[in-house]
Design a protein around this ligand. Structure first.
Ligand SMILES: O=P(O)(O)OC[C@H]1O[C@H](OP(=O)(O)OP(=O)(O)O)[C@H](O)[C@@H]1O
Ligand SMILES: Nc1ncnc2[nH]cnc12
Length: 383
């Protein structure tokens, strides 16, 4: 029988083989994307089997009753794992593919939004679920899958992915947090820091209508985007006409309890937006960003941060997207997307209520893939 060390070495060998078998295709499907292509892994039966085996070894005997595979590539790895551990397989599909009654979860992708659906009745309260997909990038897809399963009453034991993109590393535990946020005192009304979508400085081509934002009446939410690059605020360039020409000192005078750090330059991440009495705050979840002197957190946030709601919104890629659009002088498009995301996030909060406990996303991934170290498309085809 192999001792722990031998077992670990054998596991490492298998993981190395899996890593080496994944083809990385630069600029697919869009320029700048290093596409992790698992079809080359599937061409090697031993490597494919090793991939399934590693997951089976981890999940066998853990009372998992349902394996939920995410369309499309989660359908490749999910069913063999389900069969081997004796669990049912439930496909989580893209919209309008399932014929029966479904529940749906929208989520934010690198570019735009998508949706996953699950048949009503496929999962029962008390089911213990494993979510399977090929890859986790921002975690948005996994979050949507977890939400579907939890809405059906299942407990999500873990998410299993073959590949984890490194940019998510470190922040992945935070990327699916939805925690209620309560202010210790009422939000000043009218809140001078609020950003009224109608007052956005650079007028969007299709100005977002306030009716797209949900009225959550007197509830406040703190919206966190994980994975922000220190020193680069997600919403730093949001400007309201109200604030035009005002320097930071003047802003602070106007709203002594408020956060003004990033309203006039890209600096720290943070936005409060008010829609019919609701307040949304967005800032980086980077610990270095949360309470630095350059980026101070207003007292109520500081005190209540642990009780706040943080919502994943594909943030790792949002910064890149913002920079890309800023460089193209097309910031308005990005901003409009963000406003849509905010609306979506508020809907999520409204749908969840404020009572759910901190939710962690435990992800097991076999390989952390880096485009520069993996076999590239050219290498593979020239073999
Ligand atoms: O962590 P995220 O940022 O949410 O991204 C990960 C998702 O992206 C890919 O699927 P895709 O949406 O490209 O669909 P496909 O499997 O149908 O190609 C991948 O298979 C994951 O499901
Ligand atoms: N880089 C990538 N490769 C393959 N699938 C992905 N889904 C999201 N990002 C991806």
């Amino acid at each position: 029988m192999a001792c722990g060390n031998d077992k670990e070495q054998e596991q490492d060998r298998r993981v190395d083989g899996i890593k080496a078998s994944i083809r990385v295709v630069p600029d697919f499907p869009k320029k700048g994307i290093m596409f992790q292509d698992i079809t080359t892994l599937l061409l090697e039966p031993k490597t494919f089997k090793n991939t399934v085996d590693l997951f089976v070894e981890r999940y066998l005997g853990r009372d998992i009753t349902v394996v939920a595979g995410i369309e499309a590539r989660g359908f490749i790895f999910g069913p063999p794992i389900a069969l081997a551990i004796g669990a049912k397989f439930v496909p989580l599909r893209k919209p309008q593919k399932l014929p029966g009654e479904v529940i749906s979860e929208k989520y934010v992708l690198e570019y735009g939004t998508d949706c996953l659906e699950m048949h009503v009745g496929a999962v029962q309260p008390g089911d213990r679920a494993l979510v399977v997909d090929d890859l986790v990038a921002t975690g948005g897809t996994l979050c949507a899958a977890m939400n579907l399963l939890e809405r059906a009453g299942a407990e999500v034991v873990e998410c299993a992915c073959v590949i984890e993109l490194p940019k998510l590393k470190g922040s992945r535990k935070r990327c699916c947090l939805l925690i209620p946020f309560k202010w210790t005192r009422p939000v000043p009304s009218p809140d001078p820091l609020c950003v009224d979508p109608r007052l956005i400085h650079r007028s969007a081509r299709r100005p977002p209508s306030p009716s797209r934002l949900v009225n959550l009446n007197r509830s406040s939410f703190f919206l966190c985007f994980p994975g922000s690059v220190p020193g680069m605020g997600l919403f730093g360039s949001f400007q309201s006409k109200k604030w035009e020409g005002m320097n930071r000192k003047e802003c602070r005078k106007k709203c002594p309890n408020g956060y003004t750090g990033s309203y006039h330059k890209i600096s720290g991440g943070g936005l409060r937006a008010q829609a019919d009495g609701s307040t949304l705050c967005m800032r980086s979840t980077e610990p270095s960003q949360q309470n630095s002197s350059r980026n101070p957190m207003p007292t109520p946030m500081k005190q209540n941060y642990r009780n706040s709601w943080a919502i994943s919104s594909g943030a790792c890629s949002e910064e890149a997207r913002a920079v890309e659009l800023l460089n193209k002088g097309n910031f308005d498009d990005w901003m409009e997307e963000q406003l849509m995301n905010m609306a979506l996030a508020m809907l999520l909060v409204a749908g969840c209520g404020c009572s759910r406990a901190l939710k962690k996303m435990e992800i097991t991934s076999l390989v952390t893939q880096r485009g520069d170290r993996s076999r590239t498309c050219t290498e593979k085809t020239s073999k």
